[in-house]
Each structure stands twice: as C-alpha cells, then as structure tokens.
Design a protein. Structure first.
Length: 274
C-alpha cells in the first residue's frame, strides 16, 4: 500500500466522493470523434478536458475544435443550469481547458499569455492546463506570476465559466508552494507499475482531494478497483486511467479512450463539476 500519513487519512477519505475524470488531451476532434463525443454523454463524471491543437491554440481557429468546444460548453450549461441539474442521469459537462506548454519554465511569459488569449478569444475555454510545469522551488515565482495573469484574463474574458480553473501539469509532487498557485496539481503521471507502489508527499494531507489529479497508463482492467483505491488514499480528486501503454505505435496513451471506458466511468459514478 502506498505511504500515507495518518493525519491525512480522515481528510482524504471524507472527500472520496468527489472523484471524477480529467482528460489530459485527446487527439484532434477530426481524428478522435468518439473520444470527444463521449465527453458530452450524460452521466459522464467529467471534471475537465484539455484542448490542444498544435501544442497550444494553433495559428488560427480550427473549425473542428470550435465545434467540439461548443458542444462541451453546451453540455456543461445544460448540466449546471438545465431543468434538473441535480439529476444524476443528466449530470455531464466539465470545463474545457486550453493547453499551455511551459516547457519546464523555458518558454517566454509573453508567448504563454498570447497563447492563452487566443484560447479565450477563439474557444472560450473555462481555464488552462499548464503542461510540463516546473516542480522545483526556483520555478515557483515565474509560475505564480503566470497563474496570476491567467486568472485575471479568465475574470475579464468571455469564458463560459466565470473565474475559470487553472491546473498545473507537474506529473510529480512539486514544491508545496505550488499548491497556492493554482486550483489543482497533477501529482502523478506515469505507468501503473510505478503508481501501485507510489508514495504521496506528506504535505498534500493538508489539502482537499479535489486539489490533486493522477493520470495512469497501462492499468489492466482487473486492477481498476485497486487503482481507484490508490487514488482515493493518496487524495486524488481527478483521475484518468487507461490500459493503453504507449507501446505498439501509440505515441501518447492518453489521447484515446481506454478499452474499458464504460466500466471506468461507471465505477466513478455520475457527477457535475461545479
């Protein structure tokens, strides 16, 4: 069993019901129409999905991405403000996040802000996913400056979600100061062979489960329940598990649906990301 401090056990268990799906980034809607359609299916416990055209927003609005973004916004609007928003059968529609590649701190601030503005202008995203985010203390001031600016853009923009959401895609446990720089941190991204024996950083026990996300590939169907237990004990509120493993010509195991998608979402249960 992964390491867990006793002080955090009660806090994490109390928030287990918040478990939902986060999608790191499906392939282009033209290449993965089924994947994008599944995000809008009533009952899908979607917290958020990342839109990534060309390692960012691309050079111009993409008609296929515009359509996919519109459908996801409409699904969220129906789920949150429809006639029966609390009906579990109708609960669907997470936020759409624009993909910003921080390249571990090497990309200029101005480029990142320009990409963010394009996402807002063209796709009306409800937040941003900051991929390849630095994890060391030295990178924290620059990330705080960026997230502060992005937060202001989201407040002022024409987003369907007032205020928006910011997710830092570390893929590992960062310096604890990053927890105050965004709404959610991705503290694990990797294979099941590492995840099942992984250890959680002690400082995470001070935060609600909704503050952390885990992305795990190569999870066999027979180990789905075990993987979910690990996620809950480690305090993850948002997860994406897949049996794809990046082998046999798969460039990114997270760009397509796992073979057990229906079972995966049914084990989590329906819900609405407020």
């Amino acid at each position: 069993m992964p390491y867990l401090t006793s002080t955090g056990a009660a806090l994490r268990t109390s928030g287990a019901e918040q478990l939902g799906v986060g999608v790191p980034g499906y392939a282009h809607p033209l290449l993965a129409p089924t994947e994008w359609a599944e995000l809008n299916r009533p009952g899908t416990p979607l917290h958020w999905a990342v839109l990534n055209i060309d390692n960012g927003p691309g050079a111009r609005p993409d008609p296929h991405c515009l359509e996919a973004a519109g459908r996801l916004r409409n699904a969220r609007e129906r789920a949150l403000h429809g006639e029966a928003p609390d009906d579990a059968v109708r609960a669907a529609g997470g936020r759409l996040l624009g993909h910003l590649d921080l390249a571990f701190g090497s990309r200029p601030f101005g480029e990142l802000v320009a990409d963010a503005q394009s996402f807002l202008d063209w796709y009306r995203v409800g937040g941003f996913y900051l991929d390849r985010c630095p994890a060391e203390r030295a990178g924290l001031p620059a990330v705080r400056r960026l997230t502060s600016t992005l937060g202001a853009l989201l407040e002022d923009g024409d987003s369907a979600d007032g205020g928006g959401m910011l997710v830092l895609g570390h893929g590992t446990h960062p310096h604890p100061g990053y927890a105050e720089a965004a709404d959610q941190l991705v503290t694990f991204r990797g294979p099941w062979t590492d995840y099942r024996w992984s250890q959680v950083a002690e400082w995470t026990a001070a935060y609600e489960p909704g503050r952390f996300a885990h992305f795990v590939h190569g999870v066999p169907r027979t180990h789905l329940e075990e993987a979910m237990r690990v996620a809950r004990w480690q305090g993850a509120g948002t997860i994406f598990f897949t049996d794809r493993d990046g082998r046999r010509g798969q460039t990114d195991p997270f760009t397509a649906l796992p073979s057990y998608w229906d079972e995966f979402v049914s084990r989590i249960g329906p819900g609405i990301s407020e």
